[in-house]
Design a protein around this ligand. Sequence first.
Ligand code: PEP
Ligand code: MN
Length: 464
Amino acid sequence: MAQNGGQGGPPREWSPSSWRTKPIKQVVAYDSPSAVTSALTKLSSLPPIVTPTEIVKLKASLRDAALGKAFLLQGGDCAELFSYCADGPIDSKIKLLLQMSLVLIWGANKPVIRIGRMAGQFAKPRSSPTEMINGKEIPSFRGDILNGFDTNERTPDPDRLVAAYFHSATTLNYVRAQLASGIADLHNPLDWGLGHVRDKELQSKYQKIVHSIADSLRFMRTVGADTAGQLQTVDLYTSHEGLVLEYEQSLTRRLRHPANYTSAKNEGGGKGWYNTSAHFLWIGDRTRQIDGAHVEYFRGIENPIGIKVGPSMQSDELVRLLDIVNPTKEIGKVTLITRYGEDKVEKMLGPHIEAIKGSGHVVVWQCDPMHGNTRSTETGIKTRHFSSIFSELSLALKIHKQHGSFLGGMHLELTGDAVTECVGGSEGLVEEDLSLNYTTYCDPRLNEKQALELAFLVAGHYRE
Ligand code: PEP
Ligand code: MN
């Protein structure tokens, strides 16, 4: 495929393996190259986990989000573990994302696109390759796709690459089966569980939203607005950070485009390169170097992609990145996932919005209010304050408005379970509570009550 890499000069060839010629960050050193080769050979023979039809459908929806006609809700664990591939955690995450999306639809008055950070979010970039445990320096945990959290399992194991595929496929199979069996059937009453909201005024505000949603659903059923069965299920897409490029390459397939889809890549032959491991992949803040391996890999695939945008991103760098991964300026192809921190968003977001406006790119602006707001308690526990998370989100909403832009979505680390990892919210979790149920293997997640509350607050923002 001939495509200009955005650097000027002659077009550079792209292939699923062309990233191997570029400098790479977060590289993995395996003990046995032959075991890696056999794992990758196995992966290359396995069927796609997702299909071009689904990928293209999501990309079309994201075009709507880029144009302000839809809102993107993306959420899930920081580090998904193989052991989360079980009915309980999957069910609770589906239900939570569904409830949050209903609240956001009510608030923003637009369709909501749901993407789980799940069915493949197994790889973690780390700031340091090693850590000290009990006075001993050992390799850091890098996610279940590479090594184990148990200190005896920190050596990267190539068999985990294949295990990641099967856990992704099994998770998505169960998600699909549950959706087809009515887990998201809006004819069934939803349990909103607002009993924990101690502030009476807030509780009645949330209760009103819930009543309003229930009324709307009842009305739709009564007038027979459900003839095509639209209330029986919803779309839920999957996503992960595309960090382990060996894995991503093995699942990148040259496949026929869906009917009625014209690829912006214009490669001819009616086919294109699809990453079939997930519908949506993003480049992390640590691996987004213009000349690096990850950007090289990402520029060749048809999937919609995300780019994390942290406080070190320069405006001209951001535009150059977009020119490389999206030279045809396809609308909605790229989601910019901004994660500056509540203290930096005011300084950073406006100039980035203006730079993109001037470039002719039309992106989905998604706020990740988690990663710029991680703090450590005095005893060294990683946490995030609910108020900081909401503050970055509401500042992002305000700044977009000021610049004649709009927020197209939010990206959250959350779980459907009652964990105690972030402080604040209506439950009133404080630092002393963190040890009650602190189960994350990486960053602190919003629990189900905090996540739903955030959806209520964002919805309220739109309705004000
Ligand atoms: C993440 O999303 O878990 C993550 C590591 O984010 P970032 O790349 O923005 O630091
Ligand atoms: Mn994280």
